[in-house]
Design a binder for this molecule. Structure first.
Ligand SMILES: Cc1ncc(COP(=O)(O)O)c(C=O)c1O
Length: 364
């Protein structure tokens, strides 16, 4: 049996075909393919604007910068997320306020969020984790009531719909990531979604050295270079074409795990009803002790992945002057970290590999 892979992109001749368009055109920096890729992202999400950036982290940074905030302004971030949600805030010169997560979804907790709001709170950053959506109705109500912006970290959210609307469209900005392990990939890459032209222009200026056009050398504002490339776009166009198939295969894998799992000690992680279309980017399970289950699987050569380490325990954040803790205790984060494990989730997994994994899981 071949080595089992935790997660991998589906790359084949279709990407090569799109890349040959780039070779024919000889353009390597942002051009027609990038536009086409942005249009495909806009079509999928129904976002009026989709601006490509070099990665999701840069997209979050640009979104925060575009809100014209000042030092000391606070951005509320859930305690379970990839570090980039927090580092983008710090990089933008703002303060991170960590709040606990929901025990069922591991997404931002409504009550912890409410309790953390004060006069310095300027942004809520919901993070849509593992192909499910945060409870956006609650978050929008809280944001409206307190006149706070929303920047959605939808890095893991491509293809995910909340009450039939794609994630990333509920606030001022939403950011998708196309990193190598995501549902679809451009290697590195991201897209900022926004509904307003003025905000779209701001993002474009920020990613393009503070100007609206390339090839001119008068810069209205300070900007950075977070450009996309035609190589990324070519791969992205092909990946976008494959997205419906990938989502179906991910769902099929999740369902097969659900049907075959018989161990009383492991349950599949459920999708909340408000996520009208989930993407089973990873097939996640809940157990008593994820570390123990991970070691058990490892002893048979089966890879798995723990969820993100709670931010309130991250060595780089504990004593950082721009990181504030809304509470002494993050008990739901602790519980989520201890109990959730991502099973091998490659859509290229062979039947014999799947059967082997399930046989071992059922012995746990
Ligand atoms: C929740 C979350 N936020 C932010 C990022 C950062 O995205 P990128 O790697 O494209 O910079 C990622 C993924 O990598 C992520 O999963």
């Amino acid at each position: 049996m071949e080595k089992i892979i935790q997660i991998e992109p589906w790359i084949d001749n279709s990407e090569l075909k799109q890349l040959s368009r780039l070779i024919d055109s000889t353009y390597v920096t942002e051009n027609a393919l990038t536009k086409e890729f942005e249009e495909k992202t806009a079509n999928l999400t129904k976002s009026p604007f989709a601006i490509s950036v070099c990665n999701g982290t840069a997209g979050l940074f640009c979104a925060l910068k575009a809100l014209n905030l000042s030092a000391g302004d606070q951005v509320i971030v859930p305690n379970i997320t990839f570090i980039a949600s927090a580092t983008a805030v710090i990089l933008a010169g703002l303060d991170v306020v960590l709040v606990d997560v929901d025990p069922h979804t591991a997404c931002i907790n409504k009550n912890s969020l409410k309790n953390a709001i004060n006069e310095k709170t300027k942004v809520i950053m919901p993070v849509h984790l593992y192909g499910i959506s945060c409870e956006m109705d609650d978050i929008i109500a809280i944001a409206k009531e307190n006149n706070i912006s929303i920047v959605e970290d939808a890095s893991q959210g491509v293809g995910v719909f909340y009450n039939n609307k794609h994630v990333g469209l509920f606030g001022d900005f939403g950011v998708l990531s196309y990193y190598g392990n995501k549902t679809i990939t451009t290697g590195e890459g991201g897209v900022v979604l926004t509904k307003e032209k003025e905000l779209k222009d701001k993002i474009y200026m920020l990613k393009n050295h503070g100007r609206m056009n390339k090839g001119t050398f008068i810069h209205e504002t300070l900007g950075w270079n977070f450009s996309f490339t035609e190589m990324q776009a070519a791969i992205g166009i092909s990946q976008m074409n494959k997205l419906p198939t990938i989502i179906n295969k991910k769902l099929d894998l999740y369902r097969r795990y659900s049907n075959k799992l018989k161990s009383k000690n492991i349950q599949m992680k459920k999708v909340p009803a408000s996520t009208s279309s989930a993407v089973h980017w990873f097939s996640n399970v809940i157990c008593e002790d994820a570390e123990n289950l991970q070691n058990f699987l490892k002893s048979f050569g089966i890879p798995s992945r723990r969820i993100f380490y709670p931010l309130n325990k991250q060595p780089c954040l504990i004593n950082h002057k721009n990181v504030l803790f809304s509470s002494k205790y993050f008990s739901y984060s602790e519980r989520a970290y201890k109990s959730i494990l991502s099973l091998p989730s490659s859509i290229l997994m062979k039947k014999e590999q799947f059967d082997f994994i399930v046989e071992k899981l059922n012995k746990y």
